[in-house]
Design a protein around this ligand. Structure first.
Ligand SMILES: [Zn+2]
Length: 405
């Protein structure tokens, strides 16, 4: 089915930022055919709004949806006091379903069309999460969070059970449709033994899965990792030795990475999920986008719910611009095409170009006709949130529409 949408359309296109005024976005069978000025026969009139590519959230946690905004002065204490109890609640299937429904609705209503998600430490709840992601129709990379040391017993899993759960979930959900992908998800090297990490890495290679974990968020965490793995010089080496690094690996944070570690990550072609709101909230420090660029690393933005309090990627981009003084155009790049690239999805989403999936959002903004491209993006990044999102589409299908007020 062919459908056109009349609007002001802003997107990266052929490598450049483009602003198409009063153009039609033409979509057929979920794919973008093109952007045209020529009047189309059937079209949805979004001329009072702006169309942008859907946002890419490269790091977030489903099981932490109800643990946002719980202040604590450091990461490990915060995990123990708030996050482990929050994740334990996912043993209850009914709660797990309700939370997953709210989580994916929140992504859609904030204009996020693609996300890399840590589920919870439980297989049932992860099955439920995939079901709900599929119901909502979002593009989701997700995995069961694995831990076997240094956490409460109820959250630990044996290496054997971790393998069994992973294989079951992969068989059921990886490639279940064109929108769902499995990621092996060792939480981080503080709560995972080398044996567990090696085993998960082995499965990821065998099944060509994504890998997602955390790296170098806080100093105390780094010290713990090196205490647990005394044979290694740094955190990145620990993951490299486990076999967890590679082109499908997403490393969250990387606030305190040394040059040597950045080189390792570059050589392995892994990507970094920059989570500025979370880094501010937990006082983790400031990740330098410049050093990532110097090493030509792929980076995307992550909301990192719940350490990051907001689902809105406008707000995450705002925090990134405060921590790194990047321009609105650059922030918009990381929100869309850059984020897609960091996940290896730049051929399928992240911009509104022919043959890509029609993943886009319809955004409201007062008096935008008078604004230049930069001013418009700046208004959205510095003032925007979910109230600006009118509708969200993935693969040409409407996955969220704002109710009339
Ligand atoms: Zn995280």
């Amino acid at each position: 089915m062919r459908q056109a949408y009349l609007s002001r359309i802003i997107t990266y296109y052929n490598g450049e930022l483009r602003d198409f005024k009063a153009h039609y976005l033409i979509v057929e069978n979920g794919k973008i055919i093109g952007i045209s000025e020529k009047k189309q026969e059937n079209f949805v009139d979004y001329s009072d709004y702006v169309i942008l590519p859907g946002f890419v959230d490269t790091h977030t946690h489903l099981a932490q949806i109800d643990a946002r905004a719980k202040w604590y002065p450091d990461l490990i204490g915060w995990l123990e006091k708030y996050i482990f109890p929050a994740e334990l609640k996912f043993r209850d299937d009914e709660y797990a379903r309700d939370a997953a429904q709210r989580f994916f609705k929140a992504l859609a209503s904030n204009g996020t069309t693609t996300a890399a998600v840590f589920s919870s430490p439980f297989k049932n709840a992860t099955n439920i999460a995939f079901q709900e992601a599929s119901e909502r129709g979002l593009r989701i990379i997700m995995g069961q969070v694995m831990m076997d040391i240094n956490v409460p017993d109820e959250l630990k899993i044996s290496v054997e059970k971790a393998e069994k759960d992973t294989r079951e979930l992969v068989n059921k959900w990886h490639g279940y449709n064109e929108l769902l992908y499995y990621a092996v998800t060792p939480r981080f090297a503080v709560s995972c033994s080398m044996k567990l990490m090696k085993n998960l890495a082995k499965i990821s290679r065998e099944k060509e899965l994504f890998v997602q974990t955390h790296i170098s968020e806080q100093e105390r965490e780094i010290e713990e990792v090196l205490k647990l793995n005394p044979d290694f010089k740094n955190y990145a080496e620990v993951y490299q030795h486990a076999g967890l690094l590679g082109p499908k690996t997403i490393l969250a944070h990387g606030v305190h990475l040394s040059e040597e570690e950045l080189k390792i990550i570059k050589n392995e072609n892994s990507s970094i999920a920059h989570c500025p709101s979370s880094n501010f909230f937990l006082h983790s420090g400031i990740m330098s986008i410049d050093s990532m660029k110097r090493f030509k690393l792929r980076i995307g933005f992550g909301s990192d719910i719940a350490a990051g309090p907001y689902f809105s990627m406008f707000e995450v981009a705002r925090d990134a611009s405060y921590s790194n003084s990047i321009s609105p155009e650059e922030a918009f790049y990381y929100l869309t095409l850059g984020g897609a690239k960091s996940l290896g999805f730049d051929k399928i989403t992240g911009s509104l170009e022919p043959d890509k999936s029609a993943d886009f959002i319809v955004v409201s903004l007062e008096n935008f006709d008078d604004l230049s491209t930069r001013e418009l993006l700046s208004s959205l990044i510095y003032l925007g949130d979910d109230r600006n999102i009118v509708a969200t589409y993935v693969n040409g299908k409407e996955v969220y529409k704002r109710e009339k007020i």
